[in-house]
Design a protein around this ligand. Structure first.
Ligand code: GDP
Ligand code: MG
Length: 597
């Protein structure tokens, strides 16, 4: 197919603005998928994605569409919607010439609308602005068009109105894509250069690599090279997703599809890598490649120490599917043998944990997640700190650094006060305020990442009655006055409960943590002292009183069914319990330290 009949585009939108619904309608209109086959929201096909209603992995579908007597090949590249996967969004955008920007005609411009639109513009994509859900009778198209104009400097007279639900405007949108999005312009005679923008693992065929061919062609039998990965492979199949994978003779410059080689683990397929032919010394990698950045770490321990090897196997097989998380063995005095795992962000962490529990059926104890800090020691050496236990004694630290993110928050202007207060409480520094329309505004703050990831989003929702939205990007590391706070249970330091926090905050947090722990730890036959300390200085203390004899005695009376229930409950509780010294500490306690931030 001649490149002038190819269009590559993506749909960008804030969550719930109708991206998946529009994608389904496009597949239907182009007869890519018949109405009968249409399973709703075909593009989000992973189970976890379905459950959470989000798109984690970028996908690509090829559609055929006739416009003014010519047949076009239109590739829709789906992008992940969550900030944890920003880098993958960027890679997907590099594979497109255009982006359909979808804005809910009732909700209006929100945080990810702005973030995604700017990202598309940075990648020089032709942006086609659209109002979605125009069938809603409370839609406010004129105001939302004005918001788009104000916040993004796009011409509002250009806006398409569509409804993914009724199909209204979808044909006009396809025509608009063909007319406005430029055709790709690679050189088919040049050396192969293909961008790897996604991959997934297939049990039978190994790694399926998603590519956009920039220059040259790729076909079955070619000997290819992943430039960054420095590995060579034979191509067993190339093809396109229709959305089912269909083999093709070749993929040429401008086209999007998949490549299958005999690759047994996704670790060998780096998102953002460039594929070329083996042995071509002149082949250059495409720009923009990055190693995945793990911003959040936590410890994962089997509740039952016997499951350690089983957990290792489960982590290994999960990594074949998702190389963006890392794990390495670690030991904790308190928890025994386990693993320190690194994730792109908090959502990524939850997804991995959920898969582990679903697929491997191991009860896990998870320690409170922390961001990656940096320390410059007295010799001027910078070290990454992935866990509080690694923070050296104060005397060894020259400079303590933490990651800072720039957060954009969009809300009805009535809520500006509470949102500013929320950001100030989280040590935010106000950058600017913008008014998007007479009723909506955007606040921009720089906030430490550790004050953002855990619950800023939830707090924003609750202080704006659900109307506030946010997005963030990593700005870099800044010096901060941080300390490691330890928790002692009956005089014994529980390493897995240490946290890193601001010095000025330490007293307050120390008191809050011990109080919280007191509530989580059951009474024992003896008194349990819980202390928070910085170095040798105890800053807070609570005591869990010993059980009185007659209280235990009660458990042995009463009717048998009640007793059975009690036993069953105790057994269940035990699963996620760790004995430290002779004190039982439940899983909830390990997370409790976070809730005091
Ligand atoms: P995504 O998160 O951007 O993929 O959004 P979805 O496509 O999943 O849509 C979010 C919600 O909006 C779902 O409940 C859809 O049924 C609804 N929705 C999507 N498009 C339309 C539309 O055109 N009209 C109406 N009335 N509802 C829509
Ligand atoms: Mg969706």
């Amino acid at each position: 197919i001649d490149q002038k009949y190819i269009r590559n585009f993506c749909i960008i939108a804030h969550i719930d603005h109708g991206k998946s619904t529009l994608a389904d309608r496009l597949l239907e209109k182009t007869a890519t998928v018949s109405v009968r086959e249409m399973k709703e929201q075909l593009l989000d096909d992973m189970e976890v994605e379905r459950e959470r209603g989000i798109t984690i992995k970028a996908r690509a579908v090829v559609m055929k569409y006739k416009h003014e007597g010519k047949e076009y090949e239109i590739n829709l590249i789906d992008t992940p919607g969550h900030v944890d996967f920003q880098y993958e969004v960027g890679r997907s955008l590099t594979c497109c010439e255009g982006a359909v920007l979808l804005v809910d005609a009732f909700q209006g411009v929100e945080a990810q609308t702005v973030a995604n639109a700017f990202m598309a513009m940075e990648h020089d994509l032709e942006v086609v602005p659209c109002l979605s859900k125009i069938d809603l009778n409370h839609a406010r198209p004129l105001e939302v068009a004005e918001e788009i104009e104000h916040s993004l400097a796009l011409d509002a007279t250009d806006i398409c109105g569509i409804s993914g639900k009724t199909g209204q405007g979808v044909d006009a949108l396809l025509a608009r894509i063909i007319e406005h999005v430029p055709a790709p312009s690679g050189d088919r005679q040049a050396t192969l250069q293909a961008m790897v923008f996604d991959s997934h693992y297939d049990k039978f065929r190994g790694a399926i690599t998603y590519v956009r061919v920039m220059n040259g062609t790729i076909k079955k039998g070619d000997r290819i090279r992943f430039i960054r990965g420095e590995t060579n492979h034979d191509v067993l199949e190339v093809g396109q997703f229709t959305p089912r994978p269909v083999a093709r003779d070749e993929l040429a410059a401008g086209q999007v599809g998949y490549v299958i080689c005999n690759i047994k683990s996704l670790e060998l397929v780096n998102i953002g890598d460039t594929i070329t032919v083996q042995g071509d010394k002149g082949a250059k990698p495409l720009p923009g490649y990055q190693e995945p950045k793990r911003m959040v770490f936590c410890g994962l321990y089997p509740s039952d120490g016997q499951d350690f090897e089983q957990l290792r196997d489960a982590l290994k097989s999960l990594r074949i599917n998702d190389p963006s998380f890392t794990f390495e063995p670690e030991t904790s005095d308190a928890l025994g043998f386990g693993f320190r795992c690194g994730f792109l962000g908090l959502l990524h962490m939850e997804i991995v944990q959920q898969r582990l529990e679903q697929e491997a059926d191991i009860d896990l104890v998870q320690t409170a997640p922390n961001v990656t800090y940096q320390i410059i020691d007295r010799n001027g050496v910078t070290v990454d700190i992935h866990k509080p236990q690694d923070v050296p004694d104060a005397g060894e630290i020259e400079t303590f650094l933490q990651p800072i993110v720039r957060v954009s928050l969009i809300q009805p202007s009535d809520y500006i006060g509470p949102v500013m207060q929320l950001c100030n409480e989280r040590r935010g520094i106000h950058v600017r305020t913008e008014f998007l329309s007479p009723t909506r505004s955007m606040l921009v703050y720089d906030i430490p990442l550790d004050a953002v990831i855990y619950d800023l989003h939830d707090k924003l929702k609750s202080s704006t009655r659900g109307y506030g939205t946010m997005d963030y990007e990593i700005r870099g590391y800044e010096e901060a006055d941080l300390v490691r706070m330890d928790i002692l249970v009956n005089g014994k330091r529980v390493d897995a409960l240490s946290i890193i926090c601001d010095r000025v905050d330490a007293d307050r947090r120390g008191r809050a943590v011990v109080k919280k722990l007191k509530a989580e730890i059951d009474r024992h036959m003896f008194e349990v002292a819980i202390q928070a300390a910085i170095g040798n200085r105890v800053i807070a203390r609570e005591t869990v009183k010993a059980l009185r004899k007659n209280v235990t005695a009660k458990c042995y009376g009463g009717d048998i069914s009640r007793k059975r229930k009690l036993w069953a409950k105790q057994k269940e509780g035990k699963k996620r319990m760790k004995s430290i010294g002779s004190v039982d500490i439940p899983q909830k306690a390990f997370m409790a330290v976070l809730e005091t931030g």
